[in-house]
Write a protein that binds this ligand. Sequence first.
Ligand code: MN
Length: 399
Amino acid sequence: MTSPKPETNAVTRHLAQAVASCSREDAIDRVEAVIVDVPLRRQHFHASGTHAGQSLVIITVGTRSGAVGVGEGSTPAGTAFWGGECVETIKVIIDQYLAPAIIGLNVFAHETLLAAMDRAAAANHFAKAGVDCAIHDLVGRVLNVPIGLLYGGRVRDSLPVLWALATSELDADVEDARRMLDERRHRFFKIKIGKGDPRVEARRAIKTLEAIRAMSEDTLFSVDLNQAWDEPTSARLLPSLQDAGFDIIEQPVEAWNVAAMARLADRLDIPILSDESLWDYHDVFDAATRRSTDVYAVKVAKGGGIRRAYKAANVAEAAGIPLYGGMALESSLGTAAGLQLFSALSDLPWGCELIGPRLLGDDLTTEPTVYRDFEVMIPHGPGLGVTVDPDKVARWTRK
Ligand code: MN
């Protein structure tokens, strides 16, 4: 018996070439970062403020061979409130440190590129994530495969996606949810509360939930405090949210207070999700040892890119910590990066919150992200799976 002849396809051919040659042609020869300012369709409210626009950094990486990939660096609102980085720091860190560190290196040597960026700049997860996404896009395009395939292949074609109720008005939030249910877009809702008197905010959240559950029993509810409360306030008020029927509570206390997160997770029956407290895979390992979270919000941006977010997801999986697919208000480009990663995660019980494209007043890709039957579709194209529209980027580029 002879063994069957190995199949050669585009992927194996290109990979063999890349590994064998490490040719000069595969060297990165340009990294460009431009800031775009896109208006939101409506104001977005949360415990740290209200914003009407989303700023992003569009990052282009090219090689001597002429291959090009595009990624997105974003933070919520593009400002520094969430994690310290903002679009201005993302651009300057890329221009001054990350680009010089990786120019001349082989675009297929991903871990080497990440290490080079770490040597050039500590931290700066959002900036590194944007470059990581552009590199992934380039490699996927050269290999002619969607990025999910490089992480084991897709286990799903779509995933449930929640909607953020973020008008700060009870009636407006309920009306918003009614429309989402009628249009079969979302049935998992996240209420953003925390700005103002905690008891008033807790009551508003409960009334919103009751009004929406009266319309549909078939709904899930999350409440995101974005670090607004201290531990005693959380210990006093979170049980009332639990009793009212909320399904999950996100980041009630400040990011540094991991010990309080652990105690709250211990005393409440419903899951407590750490978002701001947990960034990359090292943090997830720490959370696993301390049992400081019931769920991990895996995100491309805070995780430091697709590759490191995948590692973080693996650490969580090993520790038995369920995953939730988070975001940083990305356009359809950054959203596609999240979708490629989430397409390959074996278990994603809490779905995702990739609603950036639904909030932005204009999109930056040629095809919009598709939302249907309470789910978001994972694109099939090579690389991140979407194509950037240069006219739209030019239109919103900061002058
Ligand atoms: Mn959050």
